[in-house]
Write a protein that binds this ligand. Structure first.
Ligand SMILES: [Zn+2]
Length: 680
């Protein structure tokens, strides 16, 4: 073939590359490639050649990849077992260096891409014979790892990076046969704003023109049942791994229920000593070395297939292009039964039981969060409106210990909610309202400030308890300063002369759609130690602005858990009994204006956030500010930590009828303004 005919230089280069590609060469399988080329860059086998027998599920995994049966490969596995290395790193290196074809490597966040490149991919390449193919210049070069967009290796092959960030165009315009996605559940924002899942779909679109010759690899720990990895797994081949029992020789699949011995241990050491796997067929106990031998004979069974006791697999695999490959800590030879037993023992005793359980399911047993954890606290308008407490609007009762108020500030209205808290930790919504802001005639700042002043005088009058004639003033009033920060901070400061520390400018921080800032816990020891409470803390932005930042996701969940408790539970939150002919429906509509969404967060498991489904959510904001204000006031539920708060020391002074109170810390200082304590 004479290539020089009528080709410009670009065409020519392309043609030469094609000729190169078509030159007969024996391509190795991914398994052969892995064993011949990959040197383990880190961990207990660092520096040694990759060997399948160390982690036998890898053998089955590679065989399935080579089978030609699947287009998509989903790897769900436990921690510390090579999930990322086998599920994404080796496939990526194989396609780049052996197949010499473009591959897209994707992760939800930019920083994840930078991390994976720096900590996993680059070390793996550097320890292989392909190290000299890393370009010496550009962002992907040996030194750098920031602003990763693509790396063109010196063999002419491009590794394209994609994340949930960036423009849609950057994803839509690229074409590649190979897509490899790590931490894939991070793309899910389940059921809510579909922007993130759309981004993953756009990446998948890059492989569309290859039809069933495309190869898409996904890898993750299972997050929730509706997450990408779990739905792909269950709708795909939904495969399980079986291996022969050392006692009865039958092929069995080990799951969480087959790890025994740790449950009745007296302490964690005993849990580790007693933990062992027990055969579901013959109840024989497996020693660790027996488990090692058994796993070498592992077989995969797809949905709809059966495995006979002798290991013969019968039946046809399901009609799907997706391999759903799941292995748990029971098939993970890097982790012993003893270690898992200790983890189980500890997790069961963790203060927040759900989190321990979640961790075990996701990180060790490759299972998504139990569905209850995901579905709870979805409230209905009717449900909220029917939770009535025997008090009329604005009435307190003798058992009321604290009153807290939240105010949501809008351009034309102030929405506020007042909650009365009883000794039990539960309480009732004592009053709520909407007050006009005259921003049509006054400057916004002035109008807001004026309306707040009017509202304050009502709050300072207090709410009457008809049986003892006492008035309850609010212990704390949290005022949203999200949109008018300086106005609200100034207003809060002006309240210092009325009752010190009671009126606070607050800012909701969260992961849902409306937030401009995520909530982050402040470091414990700071130079000027401002107040730190449960999922809230005080920050001094500058001399004129001191703000309480609140974890909106936490406090909304907390509020909703109270509103979802059985009405007679100690921690239940109810609503005052409205007058005849009136209901709480509008209020209920505001409270249900956001939908709870569970989302997978790398390293943390499932994170709950709230996303707006209706724009009328102002009383929800006001109510969760009031709920959050219960913490500094001293409201505690059974099991909640008792960290810095007035309640830890002597009882705080109770607000009473006409008495001007100051919220104080145990040592007598106002807990809120340590930074300004010279004011006294
Ligand atoms: Zn057995």
């Amino acid at each position: 073939v004479n290539l020089s005919v009528a080709l410009d230089t670009n065409d020519r280069a392309e043609m030469l590359r094609m000729v190169e590609d078509f030159r007969p060469q024996k391509l190795r399988t991914m398994r052969e490639f892995a064993e011949q080329e990959i040197i383990i860059p880190e961990g207990q086998y660092a520096g040694l050649p990759f060997r399948l027998h160390r982690q036998p599920w890898a053998k089955v995994w590679f065989d399935e990849i080579e089978s030609g049966r699947w287009t998509q490969f989903c790897n769900i596995g436990s921690r510390q077992g090579g999930k990322t290395f086998l599920g994404s790193t080796i496939p990526l290196l194989y396609h780049i260096f052996e197949m010499r074809e473009t591959a897209i490597f994707a992760a939800p966040l930019d920083e994840q891409i930078a991390d994976k490149w720096k900590l996993i991919l680059k070390p793996a390449i550097l320890s292989s014979k392909y190290r000299d193919l890393i370009p010496t210049r550009g962002s992907g070069a040996r030194g750098g790892s920031s602003n990763l967009n693509a790396i063109e290796f010196l063999n002419g092959v491009t590794m394209k990076f994609m994340t949930g960030g960036g423009t849609d165009k950057s994803r839509a315009s690229f074409t590649s046969r190979v897509l490899i996605v790590t931490e894939v559940d991070g793309f899910d924002v389940i059921g809510g704003t579909s922007a993130e899942s759309t981004k993953l779909a756009q990446m998948e679109g890059c492989t569309a023109s290859y039809d069933n010759r495309a190869r898409r690899f996904y890898e993750c720990t299972a997050s929730i049942e509706t997450g990408k990895i779990w739905t792909s797994y269950t709708k795909g081949s939904c495969s399980l791994l079986y291996s022969p029992c050392p006692k009865c020789e039958c092929y069995v699949n080990l799951e969480r229920g087959n790890l025994i011995g740790w449950q009745d241990a007296k302490n964690v050491i005993e849990a580790g000593q007693k933990a062992r796997y027990r055969c579901p067929k013959c109840n024989g106990d497996w020693a660790e070395d027996e488990r090692r031998d058994s796993m070498q004979q592992m077989k995969i069974v797809h949905r709809g297939q059966k495995i006979l006791d002798n290991g013969e697999v019968t039946g046809d695999p399901p009609e799907t292009e997706t391999l759903g490959f799941r292995w748990t800590v029971a098939q993970n030879l890097f982790v012993t039964a003893s270690t898992v037993g200790k983890e189980e023992f500890t997790a069961m005793r963790e203060a927040r039981g759900d989190e321990g359980e979640l961790k075990m399911r996701q990180f060790w047993w490759a299972l998504p969060a139990a569905p209850e954890a995901d579905d709870m606290h979805q409230l209905t308008i009717e449900g909220i409106a029917s939770r009535l407490f025997a008090a009329r609007q604005g009435e307190t009762v003798e058992s009321v210990k604290y009153v807290t108020v939240g105010v949501d500030v809008q351009k034309k209205y102030l929405y506020w909610t007042a909650i009365a808290w009883r000794d039990s930790g539960g309480g009732y919504i004592l009053d709520y309202g909407i007050d006009p802001v005259d921003s049509d005639h006054l400057a916004e700042e002035e109008a807001i400030s004026q309306s707040l002043t009017t509202l304050r005088s009502r709050f300072e009058d207090g709410w009457l308890c008809p049986t003892d004639g006492e008035y309850h003033q609010p212990n704390y009033v949290f005022i949203d300063c999200g949109n008018w920060m300086q106005v609200i901070c100034d207003f809060a400061k002006s309240c210092e002369n009325i009752r010190r520390g009671v009126y606070q400018a607050v800012r909701g921080c969260g992961t849902g759609g409306d937030f401009t800032k995520k909530y982050t816990t402040p470091p414990k020891a700071k130079k000027r130690q401002l107040y730190i409470g449960q999922c809230m803390h005080q920050v001094e932005y500058d001399a004129k602005r001191t703000v309480v930042e609140i974890d909106a996701d936490y406090w909304k969940s907390w509020l909703f858990a109270r509103l979802a408790s059985p009405p007679d539970a100690a921690s239940a939150l109810l609503l005052y009994t409205p007058e005849r002919g009136k209901g709480h429906f509008t209020f209920g509509r505001h409270l249900t204006a956001e939908k709870r969404e569970a989302k997978y967060v790398e390293g943390k498991g499932v994170h709950v956030s709230w996303n707006r489904v209706s724009k009328h959510n102002h009383w929800l904001d006001a109510s969760y500010y009031a709920a959050a204000a219960s913490w500094p006031a001293g409201v505690r539920l059974a099991g909640e930590p008792k960290d810095p708060s007035p309640k830890e020391g002597p009882e705080p002074e109770q607000p009473k009828a006409t008495e001007k109170i100051t919220a104080t810390r145990p040592d007598g200082r106002s807990w809120y303004d340590i930074g300004r304590r010279s004011v006294k």
